[in-house]
Design a protein around this ligand. Structure first.
Ligand SMILES: [Zn+2]
Length: 299
């Protein structure tokens, strides 16, 4: 073990090469295990690295990544997009789709491009339609229509259980790290539901409407937009959700593929918007559970 770092990256490339070869033999079940192992190894290594939360330090990390990637011969367009992202971060805003387009990677040779795949891979000749597309967040394609509807129905029930028996003082208590109180999380769920409801109307009433990017995250702590009790905030969320579900159940299935132009994410379907919001909500439930533990409400 003279240089474990090199051994690690060697193991990774060998695993992926093996997976590609196995796929060539039609051995997809063995190939999937090799790909899963490579993905797990990468994520396990990344999990041990502590990244800064401060904005300027994060910008520095992006700049360092650009230097490293440049030395490794990475595509210039991707590096330029990363730099534009760092500038936007510095300006305190989210970069838009025209500044940071989706990336496409050739599954065969690893050729990378920011242009919508067309024609053939200039390196290996693979058809561009087989490229892997990198979307901003997996939530966009996580849930099929029926699973998404079920999720939209279930989450308010799960939240209600987590809120049961809590008094306002407890609900308003900030997290140990100074972060959101349970009240802020509920306000955030209400706000996200509001954006979903608004966008569904646009997508159903207009052809390919423009969908503005919303900084929903910063609204959660705006008390002027909140009724006095958390239960009332929750009720607004629950009522709007019921209307959303009724609407989604009444539209023809093909309408789930109506599109809009999202300022931040580019072309999105109604199906992707519903999947996004239904998936996003689930990520906030462990946050409420953690707060309950911090407040000694659960063991
Ligand atoms: Zn290729």
């Amino acid at each position: 073990m003279a240089n474990p770092k090199i051994e690690w990256s060697d193991a990774l490339s060998h695993l992926l090469a093996l997976a590609t070869r196995l796929e060539g033999e039609g051995q997809y079940n063995i190939a999937k295990l090799a790909r899963a192992a490579a993905d797990a190894l990468s994520r396990q290594a990344a999990f041990k690295i502590v990244m800064p939360t401060a904005k300027d330090k994060l910008i520095n990390e992006i700049e360092q990544a650009v230097i490293t990637l440049s030395a490794l011969g990475m595509d210039e367009n991707l590096l330029a997009a990363l730099k534009r992202g760092a500038v936007a971060l510095g300006e305190g805003r989210l970069p838009l789709i025209n500044e940071t387009p989706n990336a496409f990677v050739c599954r065969t040779c690893g050729f990378i491009t920011l242009n919508e795949a067309a024609g053939k891979c200039p390196i290996c000749g693979a058809w561009a339609t087989t490229f892997k597309q990198f979307l901003p967040v997996y939530w966009l394609n996580a849930l099929e229509p029926f699973a998404a509807l079920e999720r939209l129905r279930q989450t308010p029930l799960d939240v209600a259980t987590l809120l049961e028996g809590l008094i306002e003082e407890t609900l308003s208590q900030a997290a140990e790290d100074g972060g959101w109180a349970i009240r802020n999380i509920i306000a955030h769920l209400r706000d996200a539901e509001g954006v979903l409801s608004f966008r569904l109307n646009l997508l159903l009433e207009q052809e390919n409407p423009y969908l503005e990017s919303k900084a929903v995250f910063v609204w959660a702590t705006r008390e002027e937009a909140c009724p006095p009790t958390t239960q009332e905030i929750f009720n607004v969320y629950k009522t709007s959700r019921q209307e959303t579900i009724t609407k989604l159940e009444s539209i023809p299935l093909r309408d789930w593929w109506r599109t809009g132009q999202h300022e931040e994410f580019g072309t999105v379907t109604l199906r992707q918007q519903v999947s996004y919001f239904a998936s996003h909500e689930i990520t906030h439930l462990p946050q409420i559970e953690l707060l309950r533990r911090q407040l000694h409400l659960d063991k």
